[in-house]
Write a new protein. Structure first.
Length: 234
């Protein structure tokens, strides 16, 4: 009788605008259908009972804004290979969406999020962790572009939030997680680095290694003065 091997969980951690979802997209592109995706962004506490004015005052850059009990329940189910319903979060409202999806078993699970290594009870559930070390300037540029196009924000409010909560919370809660990461990826990474990560993650798969030969989308430009090498192993 063949032993059922648990799916392998991989955490992609970094500050807002560090490129977590972009990297997860590229890794999924390379590894293929053996990958399932999760995002910590979908696990914010439901604030639908609050008024719109009250919700505007919430600090979404503090880990206390996350429903950690639900995170652990979903990750435990994923680790056991059991299908589980996963919430969706609507940042335009901002409230938990009425829509959700059912996670189906895959050999590999990529999860991106700000604080996946912050809590020991969550950190222990991952088989591999990657931290994206990205400059504050670049992170702000990316966050501004995202919030304007995807979340209906205005530039002044994005800048005000970044200065008042995003940057301080990053220094307090996000950056310290680099110490627990298996891999620290600097902002100057290239296609070869992503390919290397894809191979390493693919080798974790119970189904055996298999990685597509190349990326269909090029690595985005980085700031001048970036330092290589771009990957540090703990």
């Amino acid at each position: 009788m063949n032993e059922i091997v648990s799916p392998r969980l991989i955490a992609i951690v970094g500050g807002s605008g560090s490129g977590k979802s972009w990297l997860a997209d590229r890794l999924q592109e390379l590894i293929g259908s053996r990958v399932a995706r999760l995002s910590l962004d979908d696990f914010y506490l439901d604030r639908s009972h609050l008024s719109a004015r009250q919700r505007e005052k919430l600090n979404f850059d503090n880990p206390r804004a996350i429903d950690w009990q639900l995170v652990e329940e979903v990750l435990e189910s994923c680790h056991s290979g059991v299908s589980v319903r996963v919430p969706r979060y609507d940042f335009k409202t901002p409230t938990r969406s009425r829509e959700s999806f059912v996670w189906q078993r895959r050999p590999l699970v990529l999860m991106d999020g700000l604080w996946l290594l912050y809590r020991p009870t969550v950190r222990r559930l991952f088989d591999l962790s990657i931290f994206l070390n990205c400059s504050e300037t670049l992170r702000f540029r990316r966050r501004l572009a995202r919030d304007l196009s995807d979340r209906g924000r205005n530039p002044a409010s994005v800048r005000r939030q970044f200065v008042s909560t995003v940057a301080p919370m990053h220094k307090r809660y996000v950056q310290p997680q680099a110490r627990w990461a298996d891999i620290v990826l600097k902002q100057s990474y290239h296609a070869a680095d992503v390919q290397q990560l894809a191979v390493q993650i693919g080798n974790l798969s119970p189904a055996g290694p298999s990685v597509s030969p190349q990326l269909r989308e090029p690595i985005p430009p980085v700031l001048p003065g970036s330092i290589n090498p771009s990957i540090d192993y703990a």
